[in-house]
Design a binder for this molecule. Structure first.
Ligand SMILES: [Zn+2]
Ligand SMILES: [Zn+2]
Ligand SMILES: [Zn+2]
Length: 90
């Protein structure tokens, strides 16, 4: 796996954590809807993207200081670090 060009957080990902369930865990709790899903690389939680009404993934990143997510969408292979705005495909 080559993560060259990514920030130190992205390069620190040894093995990408994938979504255990194809749903936003916070939207499920509140009955919300989501567009795309992202999986936190620190805790493995899956939440909705910034195009979703509730933006749970970025809120989680800020609130918990878990910087890196991967896309949980089929066919998408990238990691993104919120604080560094660093995106790397793998
Ligand atoms: Zn970073
Ligand atoms: Zn959500
Ligand atoms: Zn997390």
């Amino acid at each position: 796996m080559s993560l060259e060009g990514g920030c130190t957080h992205v390069r620190g990902v040894v093995k990408v954590r994938h979504a255990a369930r194809r749903e936003c865990e916070d939207c499920v709790k509140m009955g919300g809807a989501w567009l795309h899903l992202r999986t936190c690389q620190t805790c493995g939680g899956t939440r909705c993207c910034d195009s979703s009404p509730n933006k749970h993934a970025s809120r989680h990143a800020k609130g918990s200081a878990h910087p890196v997510i991967c896309s949980a969408e089929p066919g998408e292979h990238w990691l993104y670090c919120y604080p560094d705005d660093s995106l790397v495909e793998y």
